[in-house]
Design a protein around this ligand. Structure first.
Ligand code: G3I
Length: 363
């Protein structure tokens, strides 16, 4: 009984909006303080993935200054890699919960929500899964057990789960690289949502993808899928745009309209992985003009979320260039985050803070 009451209180604490700020918004010292209570401001928590090959120790456990900024600035955290299959489920009968547990504990200590990332994806799956030979029934059981084990472990401690990540390609078709979709058919997506909901009835369950920042076939396909899932009473609660932006392709000036389309279906929306990369000059240092343009991209994305009633979470994919994934994947681009390597703040940081401070306190 005591356990049940504690669990209920914990869940209520996670799902409740942040308490009232004890300062004038305009003079807020951090993004989280500047933000209205209805909006979580998040960052990815650097670790695993590309960091493994970099000449520094794993960031989150080893960089105290990094953790201090993470706690100060953000009211939500997303494990960058630490809850992905290859990390958390390295062998068929072995889970590695330590790093994810540490992030969840950190979040609770610092009054932060957690976005769980991710349960059904084509990438960063362990070799035992990707290269294994399983019957359809075995594969289905593997996914079901994984979802019950991972979602169940953090039951009541996760605000939102990216249940299905990047399941459609740019033509709006199911990605055949996704082993579960290829082998079991697209119906497995609905099952993943049902299992996640059973494992944690309070978590908000999301579709999450990139390339959905402008209207087009991919957005159309997600809207159709969302409508189908909702018609089947599948526990789908939200649609998220990752928003990995490049200054080569223009500002996300239609993102509000895209999010509104899903809001109109009755879904929550979120921006989950925002960053804004740019082509670096030979010096490697962005020009003042580039930084100003970058700031407008960040602000446009935030304005889109603020404009849509059900957009309740705004997350950037890392806050310091020191640990950004961008230069690893796009060698001539970089400077994609809101802080320099030494945590100095860029114009994009100040643009976000000012926009948050000026946002309506209520919707
Ligand atoms: O798979 C290889 C492995 O075979 C090799 O031994 C190892 C060492 O070189 O590298 C492994 O690949 C790495 C992978 O993480 C798996 O750990 C890549 O080099 C590394 O670049 C990769 O980085 C992560 C990436 O997801 C993988 O897709 C990044 O840290 C992470 O920031 C990034 O995050 C994704 C989101 O989850 C989903 N949306 C897009 C976003 C950016 O790509």
């Amino acid at each position: 009984m005591r356990k049940a009451i504690l669990a209920a209180l914990t869940t209520a604490a996670i799902l409740a909006p942040l308490g009232p700020p004890a300062f004038a918004h305009g003079s807020a010292d951090s993004l989280r303080e500047a933000a209205p209570r209805y909006l979580r401001i998040g960052s990815a928590v650097a670790g695993g993935g590309h960091h493994v090959d970099q000449p520094y120790p794993d960031p989150f456990p080893n960089d105290r200054q990094y953790r201090r900024v993470l706690a100060r600035e953000f009211s939500s955290v997303s494990p960058e890699n630490q809850m992905k299959w290859e990390f958390i489920h390295p062998a068929r009968h072995e889970y590695n919960f330590g790093p994810a547990d540490a992030i969840v504990a950190f979040a609770r200590k610092n009054g932060q929500a957690v976005r769980g990332h991710t349960l059904l994806w084509h990438s960063q799956n362990p070799a035992w899964l990707q290269e294994g030979t399983f019957t359809k029934a075995e594969l289905r059981k593997i996914l079901k057990d994984h979802i019950f084990t991972v979602v169940g472990r953090y039951r009541g401690k996760i605000q939102q789960w990216d249940v299905a990540n990047e399941i459609l390609n740019e033509n709006g078709e199911y990605r055949q690289e996704n082993i579960f979709i290829r082998e079991l058919g697209p119906g497995i997506v609905a099952d993943a949502f049902r299992w996640a909901h059973q494992a944690d009835p309070h978590a908000q369950l999301f579709l999450n993808d990139y390339g959905v920042e402008w209207p087009g076939v991919k957005v159309d396909a997600y809207a159709t899928l969302a409508q189908q899932l909702l018609a089947q009473r599948v526990p789908l609660h939200g649609f998220a745009s990752q928003a990995h932006l490049s200054m080569r392709y223009g500002a996300p000036d239609q993102l509000a309209g895209v999010l509104q389309r899903f809001d109109d279906l009755g879904l929550k929306t979120a921006i989950t992985e925002l960053d804004v990369r740019m082509d670096l000059p030979a010096s490697g240092v962005p020009t003042a003009e580039q930084l100003a343009t970058q700031a407008t991209y960040y602000k446009t994305a935030l304005d889109a979320c603020l404009a849509v009633d059900g957009c309740n979470s705004f997350t950037i994919w890392g806050f310091t260039d020191k640990y950004s994934w961008v230069p690893v994947f796009f060698p001539s681009e970089g400077a994609a985050t809101v802080m320099w390597d030494d945590f100095g703040k860029k114009p994009a940081y100040f643009a976000l803070k000012k926009t948050l401070a000026e946002a309506p306190r209520r919707r």
